[in-house]
Design a protein around this ligand. Structure first.
Ligand code: E4P
Length: 231
């Protein structure tokens, strides 16, 4: 399963890239609005120097010509740009046009398996069902992931299901078990996945035992083996 980071914050992207677990990046207008000092183009170009994986750049236009203009522009910024297009009648048309031009797309704002099926047929490379926003309105977001993964597999569609709007680590586990090809996570969720209270407790215990062994050795009462190994 691929893991993308859902952010436009360069330092967050660099951090997860250093961990060796970064497969790509998703951005959107809301995430870009949290950055400052650079244009969207500049941010996208910087991100594309950090990862060679897919980097999603979202169009703002609502008409087909506008989407095509913005998407073609993004696609020229770097080879790994995927144009993010919202699910709509005009969005589907734009996705089909991008497909014929060899520009890869990520269909966003998907909330049902049928929307995902349409986006796949139009030619989207990535389908982004929003799990958290469905949960927010008391619908099971993970059901859409499961349904869409099954549809893609049964009909051998050339696309990938990207679990988006991930809010906590349990969403990641559930998306992985549901067979999502990708999940895009906020930086905070990456950090939450790293930590476990027993890991933290174990580290404190190891450090404490190590210090005790060193102290005992220095006092002439310890064993050389205890002080010479990291445990
Ligand atoms: C990613 O492509 C989506 O834009 C993002 O995951 C949406 O997340 P949110 O519902 O937490 O805003």
């Amino acid at each position: 399963m691929k893991l993308f980071i859902d952010t436009a914050d360069i330092e967050e992207i660099r951090t997860v890239a250093r961990w060796g677990v970064l497969d790509g990046v998703t951005t959107n207008p809301s995430l870009f609005a949290k950055t400052s000092g650079h244009t969207y183009d500049e941010v996208l170009q910087e991100i594309c120097t950090i990862t060679k994986g897919p980097v999603s750049a979202e169009v703002i236009a609502e008409d087909v010509d506008g989407m095509l203009r913005e998407g073609r522009h993004f696609a020229k910024l770097a080879d790994n740009i995927y144009v993010k297009v919202p699910m709509s009648e005009t969005g589907l048309e734009a996705i089909a046009r991008f497909r014929s031009e060899g520009i890869r797309t990520n269909c966003t704002l998907i909330f049902s398996a049928n929307q995902g099926l349409l986006a796949a047929k139009a030619g989207a490379s990535l389908l982004s069902p929003f799990v958290g926003r469905l949960d927010d309105i008391n619908q099971d977001g993970m059901t859409v992931i499961r349904e869409l993964v099954s549809i893609v597999e049964i009909h051998e569609l050339e696309t990938e299901v990207l679990a988006a709007s991930i809010r906590h680590p349990l969403h990641v586990t559930q998306a992985a078990l549901a067979g999502a090809h990708v999940a895009t996570l906020p930086f905070k969720v990456f950090q939450q996945m790293v930590h476990h209270p027993l890991t933290d407790k174990g580290l404190v215990q190891f450090r404490s035992d190590w210090d005790k062994a060193r102290t005992a050795l220095e006092a002439g009462a310890g064993t050389p083996a205890a002080a010479g190994t990291a445990g």
